[in-house]
Design a protein around this ligand. Structure first.
Ligand code: NDP
Length: 332
């Protein structure tokens, strides 16, 4: 069975490809350039001759995936911009690639009768209300939606809100698409919060490291105390498995799955890493004394667990990520 993975040279896309290959699927990955595809294989020699690469220069272009979907049984649409700093044009930088890219993936699937399901990498950002007080102890589940509208998304000067809205609007557009048409395939979404994990994808420098891993990199790159951040996390390898589950599970037909290991605080990450890797103490940021906020919102991951998804331990995620980050940093 052949799976089209969009954005296969991205942080999550590369791991999704690995998880699919491990499960016996064949993978066709879209890339913006063959140089990047070659770099992905150079970094991961076990992928040599395993992935078929096709160029899709810009997911915003009309019919972006029309040619690449031919002969595919499934699509995992992972590609979408994820950055929140220095956003200067919400529409062209975030909203259009997220929404149009998702619709293009669905329109392409319409043209390939073999496609059975399109899995979309959505986000907890599509679920969470970024304007609400985060300290009410509210427990988010698959039924929740970020309330930001397209107008809000165009106007906001907050890059975080604009990114959040791009993910909500892309997922909504996909759900409207399947509701309005008689299709030969269904969809499912994987909705992760902050994704940490070993980066195996091409990068130009540590500054170009994907957005979520930058939180962890700042804790282990020799900087002093970092301001404490508390959020929710998941390991990239769990997210990759979640994509396989979202592709296979009948219970996820037109469904949605929140995936999280649990909450993190940067304080706690530093503490755990200093404990587990004492020889690296000098480059691991010193934890501040801000305590864990027990009133912080909750994410209910019971649905994903009921479908059989298993999660890495926090310690394993932090240690594996830090070790890989240090290894990758030597390259630059
Ligand atoms: P990356 O930036 O590493 O990956 C993004 C991928 O999308 C890259 O392959 C990138 O290509 C591709 N891409 C972006 N814009 C375009 C475009 N206009 N045309 C063609 N390709 C494009 O980020 P992540 O791996 O973290 O994100 C992947 C997905 O996961 C996104 O949908 C993101 O919203 C979602 N997500 C991520 C979370 C996280 O914490 N990391 C949390 C929740 C959701 P290139 O490699 O050439 O830049």
């Amino acid at each position: 069975q052949l799976v089209l993975v969009t954005g296969v040279t991205g942080f999550i896309g590369a791991h999704v490809a690995v998880a699919l290959l491990n499960k016996g699927y064949r993978v066709r990955g879209t890339v913006r350039s063959m140089e990047k595809a070659k770099e992905l294989v150079r970094l991961n020699p076990e992928l040599k001759d395993k992935i078929e690469f096709v160029i899709v220069k810009d997911i915003v272009e009309p019919n972006a995936f029309q040619d690449s979907v031919k002969g595919c049984d499934y699509v995992c649409h992972v590609a979408s911009p994820f950055f929140t700093d220095n956003v200067t044009d919400n529409k062209t930088q975030l909203l259009d690639p997220a929404v149009k890219g998702t619709l293009s993936a669905l329109e392409a699937a319409v043209t390939e009768p073999k496609v059975k399901r399109v899995v979309i990498t959505s986000s907890f950002a599509a679920v969470n209300n970024p304007t609400a007080d985060p300290n009410t102890g509210y427990s988010y589940s698959e039924k929740d939606w970020n309330p930001l509208s397209y107008e809000d998304a165009l106007q906001t000067k907050n890059g975080n809100f604009a990114y959040s809205a791009s993910k909500k609007l892309a997922e909504k557009a996909a759900r409207d698409f399947v509701k309005e048409k008689q299709l030969h395939f269904d969809i499912s979404t994987v909705n992760p919060p902050y994704v940490f994990g070993p980066p195996i994808h091409p990068m130009n420098s540590m500054d170009s490291l994907n957005t979520s891993n930058q939180v962890l990199w700042k804790l282990v790159n020799g900087s002093k105390v970092q301001p404490n951040i508390q959020r929710w996390q998941v390991d990239v390898r769990d997210i990759a498995d979640a994509h396989v589950l979202a592709l296979e599970s009948p219970k996820l037909s037109n469904g949605r799955m929140l995936v999280t290991q649990g909450p993190f605080s940067t304080n706690n990450i530093s503490k755990i890493l200093r404990e587990k890797l004492p020889e690296k103490k000098d480059v691991i940021s010193e934890p501040s004394d801000v305590p864990f906020n027990e009133k912080f919102f909750n994410i209910d991951n019971s649905f994903s667990k009921s479908l059989g998804l298993q999660y890495y331990s926090d310690e394993q995620t932090y240690v594996d990520t830090a070790l890989k980050l240090w290894e990758r940093a030597k390259q630059f």
